[in-house]
Design a binder for this molecule. Structure first.
Ligand SMILES: NC(=O)c1ccc[n+]([C@@H]2O[C@H](COP(=O)([O-])OP(=O)(O)OC[C@H]3O[C@@H](n4cnc5c(N)ncnc54)[C@H](OP(=O)(O)O)[C@@H]3O)[C@@H](O)[C@H]2O)c1
Length: 289
């Protein structure tokens, strides 16, 4: 079995790459940064087919995206090229090659009026990021047997990533304040567990939409307090704020989060509680001390 990870340099892509190696799955990864990666730019259609020719994948894990939510709002054309049009071209290559496709999607397909959301709830995105990711999801689901794994607030110990937990650790180290929303609710998801669950779903041939997220529905501030507890940080550097005070360019789904009963039925397990995953990160931080 040969896997192609599109976006292997990112937070989720690197968790998937490590796991594929541990599971002895032959793996190719793409990035626009060179060095050990195949070059693929979702906004440059001519770069897509050559990667399929070179890697001849059985399984394609599409985790590349323009993930900067406010950046998408500022440049909707670019967001659409990367998050919707590029994935449609990847989907066409998968259909041509008969490769199994997994698309990483988001809770931002919802408006955040009444989360947590199940797979059958109707999407209604409130941002360019959410709208373009939903377009990409739909293009990918048109491929027979494709899986869309919706996730949210992905975190891990990854010095190359600016995920929320890494931002919290950096702010604490620098003695800087961190403004954190008290009214954005979600189900934070540990990247290594996300990677394992998605590979297991793909291994079982699961198709359609699956929510793959942590079990705890928390505000960003509650999650930050849990992280501080796990890491032994004094939370005084956290500044609780309403979203309206944060000056974010794009609207956020406030009452969001993803229900994971379908995942638990399919795999016979859900993802572990945030406290357990945060303790793992605390263990990694101790090694650096
Ligand atoms: N992080 C979250 O909290 C979260 C929540 C919900 C859903 N998701 C979804 O999960 C997936 C993975 O997220 P992540 O946290 O791993 O994101 P990330 O750390 O920001 O990584 C983004 C990846 O996309 C690649 N990329 C960006 N623009 C590209 C382009 N034009 N062409 C090709 N590759 C491009 C980057 O590669 P290079 O820059 O090296 O080319 C990088 O590998 C995304 O699809 C995202 O929408 C993430």
């Amino acid at each position: 079995m040969k896997a192609l990870i599109i976006g292997a340099s990112g937070q989720v892509g690197s968790a998937l790459s490590s796991l594929c190696v541990r599971r002895k799955i032959e793996v190719y990864g793409t990035s626009r940064k060179g060095q050990g990666f195949l070059y693929l730019d979702l906004a440059a259609p001519e770069t897509i087919a050559p990667v399929f020719e070179k890697s001849a994948p059985d399984l394609v894990l599409l985790c590349a995206a323009q993930t900067h939510v406010d950046g998408c709002e500022r440049d909707p054309a670019r967001a659409r090229a990367v998050n919707a049009e590029g994935p449609a071209l990847v989907a066409a290559e998968c259909a041509k090659a008969g490769a199994q496709l997994v698309y990483f999607s988001t809770e931002y397909v919802f408006d955040g009026a009444a989360g947590p959301y199940g797979e059958d709830d109707g999407p209604d995105p409130v941002s360019v990021y959410g709208r373009t990711k939903l377009e990409g999801e739909r293009a990918c689901l048109a491929v027979p047997g494709a899986l869309a794994a919706r996730t949210t607030v992905v975190y891990s110990h990854d010095p190359d990533s600016d995920n929320f937990v890494m931002q919290l650790i950096s702010s604490h180290r620098a003695g800087a304040k961190l403004r954190v929303a008290t009214d954005q609710y979600s189900t934070p998801t540990y990247a290594p567990e996300l990677a394992a669950a998605v590979l297991d779903l793909a291994g079982k041939g699961a198709a359609g939409i699956f929510n793959v997220a942590g079990p705890d529905c928390l505000s960003r501030y509650e999650f930050a307090l849990k992280a501080c507890g796990a890491f032994g940080f004094d939370p005084a550097f956290l500044e609780p704020r309403l979203t309206a005070e944060l000056g974010q360019v794009a609207a956020r789904p406030l009452r969001a989060g993803l229900k994971t009963e379908k995942l638990a039925r399919e795999l016979g397990r859900g993802l572990p509680p945030a406290e357990e995953s945060l303790r793992k990160i605390a263990g990694i931080l101790k090694q650096y001390e």
